[in-house]
Design a protein around this ligand. Structure first.
Ligand code: PBG
Length: 337
């Protein structure tokens, strides 16, 4: 519609004129309950900085318990735990992954003991922190073994559930693992433990700082030098989106309660399609590299860090994510409080 003078009657700028009106018409709002906070736990008593993730530290078990308490205070519903395993404890078969006395299990027990059910704990199911080669599965000749790995992942999921973890999150990308893990959990009496499947996990360049944090950059590099194939042989090709839907369909059929898309910010189309197609709880992981880019630019004064952080997470929700794993979780939650 135009006035005789040629001006439009519809001016979308009107609803952008006042802060209160922008707030009133906002389609997406971020709440602390949308966030999951990933934490690194190590065996040392003192925290250790992760140089490629400014503001993120590897924490002791006590430190992780305190962080979980802070999460509860901030209204962040859950933390995701990632163990940093001493290099001398890593083995070719990553057998420590299934030991109920490992760092991840001890941290889970410590959090549950202090906080009960006040905060959820999500644990990765994958062998990479525990293997000398840094892969998520067992190494065969020239390949990462699928079915043999799945058997180990089942035992890993059960020891984590025994320790008190309420959500196990297979991030390994082996075929068929969700169904087997569901069966193993049920057989162990863990009917109520959820499976959050990393259904669409891409072989991404954006995991670099995480691998520095857990020490798998070095193990992977050594393995690559020995001719071990890389994670592209099991994680998805970033070129593919239809394939992500097939991954999700399979994991849902196998019993996944929730699915994850990862990395988040470079997969907004995939998040959108997964949510629209399946309508099931869809989480997205804003990974270490996405975090590091914003932090690094902010440190140089090239970006307004807190604004960029909030916007990067808000648009992941707008794309369709029900919750977002992000290293910015506490900072964003404090800003919303
Ligand atoms: C490994 C795992 C990775 C991440 C979470 N679990 C890295 C990988 O696949 O090598 C990455 C998370 C991040 O970059 O923040 N099972």
């Amino acid at each position: 519609m135009h006035h005789p003078g040629g001006f439009p009657t519809t001016r979308l700028r009107r609803t952008r004129r006042h802060a209160w009106l922008r707030a009133a018409v906002a389609e997406t709002a971020l709440a602390p309950s949308d966030l999951v906070w990933p934490l690194f736990v190590h065996a040392a008593a003192k925290p250790a900085a992760v140089p490629s993730m400014p503001g993120v530290e590897r924490l002791s078990i006590d430190g992780v318990v305190r962080a979980a308490e802070e999460a509860a205070r901030l209204g962040i519903p859950a933390v995701a735990l990632f163990p940093v395993v001493d290099p001398e404890l890593k083995t070719d078969d990553g057998r420590l992954a299934t030991d109920p006395g490992n760092l991840a299990c001890r941290a889970v027990r410590a959090i549950r003991q202090r906080l009960g059910d006040a905060v959820g704990i999500v644990c990765d199911v994958a062998l990479d922190p525990y293997t000398t080669h840094g892969h998520d599965g067992l190494l065969g000749t020239g390949t990462i073994l699928n079915d043999e790995t799945v058997e180990v992942l089942c035992r890993q999921a059960v020891v984590l559930a025994d320790a008190g973890c309420q959500v196990v999150a297979p991030s390994d990308m082996m075929d068929g693992r969700v169904g087997r893990i569901r069966w193993a959990l049920d057989a162990a009496g863990h009917h109520e433990v959820c499976i959050l499947s990393y259904a669409a996990k891409y072989a991404s360049a954006f995991y670099g700082p995480f691998r520095d944090a857990v020490g798998s950059s070095a193990t992977l590099a050594t393995a690559a030098a020995r001719g071990v194939p890389d994670k592209k042989t099991y994680q998805m090709d970033p070129a593919n989106a239809d394939e992500a839907l097939r991954e999700v369909a399979l994991d849902v059929a196998e019993g996944a309660d929730m699915v994850m898309v990862k990395p988040a910010g470079v997969s907004l189309d995939v998040i959108h399609r997964v949510k629209r197609e399946f309508g099931l709880p869809t989480l997205a992981y804003q990974v270490s590299g996405e975090y590091a880019m914003i932090r690094a630019a902010a440190e140089r004064g090239w970006l307004d860090g807190p604004r960029a952080a909030r916007e990067s997470v808000l648009v992941i929700k707008r794309a369709g994510a029900d919750a977002i794993l992000t290293y910015f979780a506490p900072e964003i939650a404090r800003g919303l409080g």
